[in-house]
Ligand binder design. Structure first.
Ligand code: ADE
Ligand code: ZN
Length: 324
């Protein structure tokens, strides 16, 4: 089974580039930028990665991202992730990045996007991996702040495919971002959002009806509401599910209790993703391995999950046909 998963061509649709920041690279970049980090060793870092819920993780994730300063840093971060994709037979990836995590610290939008896009171009040339970008708004910040980010993105519009919504879900419902999503759609960005990770089914409804999202990041709690399940099925909207993330952030207590199999049985279009692989104990293949073992998924189900990852990606139809 592991060999089957390894050899299967896959796409990754839910990946935060800042969450792919491996400790080794973090040390290297911190050193060259003369930034002190609160860890002395990789072991200390690994010990700190012990989370009880989403906010525990986010506090550490933002702190670590603060060592990224130059376009070269963003290039190295992204290219390192793309190399790991190549090693896992990930052929296409849709990378989320959080501009506000960096612009709030005085790093320009251009620095962030130029480093990331240069790595993506090299990834295509040298590693034969296609990629596109999802610019995510931080939901713990205001809608006004998100509007500022949208404005900053416009000179680079040709490099960005979609907008997303991430960070602290509870207390920051999708409806808070109604206007900026409306404006983003007008600019041609495809809307997606994290919903139903820690938030209730109501948050998923809002993301669908108010933000008009075309893909749901996580969506676990959509299963609380049978009308919502029917609606997601009717709209043929996919869920980007992240098993090891859910385990690490205690969204599920054990992978055996993970709703993924139930989702598949309901006919929902599910994909498997790593979310923040450097923090949650595993890359995309490890997510496939562990959820397969926990839920006893068949080869046919694994194949279907990988197929969904291409079918529900945002690549153009010609390329999609090549992958399918
Ligand atoms: N930012 C990075 N990973 C995230 C997650 N799993 N949920 C919300 N925001 C995030
Ligand atoms: Zn995420």
């Amino acid at each position: 089974m592991k060999k089957f998963i390894k050899n299967l061509p896959k796409a990754e649709l839910h990946l935060h580039i800042e969450g792919s920041f491996e400790p080794e690279l973090m040390f290297e970049i911190a050193k060259r930028n003369n930034i002190t980090i609160p860890y002395k060793s990789i072991e200390e870092i690994k010990k700190a990665y012990n989370f009880n819920y989403l906010q525990d993780f986010l506090d550490i994730y933002y702190q670590s991202a603060a060592v990224l300063v130059t376009a070269q840093d963003f290039y190295d971060l992204t290219f390192s992730y793309l190399k790991s994709c190549a090693a896992q037979n990930v052929r296409h990836t849709e990378i989320m990045f959080d501009p506000q995590t960096h612009t709030e610290r005085g790093i320009s939008f251009e620095t962030v996007i130029s480093g990331i896009t240069k790595a993506c171009k090299d990834g295509e040339k040298k590693l034969a991996i296609t990629s596109l970008l999802i610019m995510s708004f931080l939901r713990h910040l205001s809608e006004k702040d998100a509007f500022k980010t949208l404005e900053q993105s416009l000179p680079f519009k040709d490099k960005i495919t979609a907008v997303g919504l991430d960070s602290s879900e509870l207390g920051n419902p999708p409806s808070k971002f109604k206007n900026v999503y409306e404006a983003s759609i007008k600019e041609g960005y495809i809307p997606v959002a994290h919903a139903g990770e820690e938030g209730t089914a109501t948050y998923v409804w809002e993301a669908l009806d108010i933000l008009k999202i075309e893909r749901i990041d996580h969506g676990n709690n959509a299963l609380q509401d049978s009308n919502l399940i029917s609606e997601i099925l009717n709209r043929d909207i996919a869920l980007t599910v992240c098993p090891l993330s859910n385990k690490a952030l205690k969204v599920v207590t054990d992978l055996k209790d993970h709703p993924l199999k139930k989702m598949l049985d309901l006919g929902l279009k599910v994909t498997i993703n790593s979310d923040d692989p450097a923090y949650f104990g595993g890359n995309i293949n490890k997510n496939y391995f562990e959820i397969q073992a926990a839920l006893n998924l068949t080869k046919h189900e694994i194949y279907q999950l990988a197929k969904n990852s291409f079918k529900y990606s945002f690549i153009n139809d010609t390329l999609k046909e090549q992958y399918l």
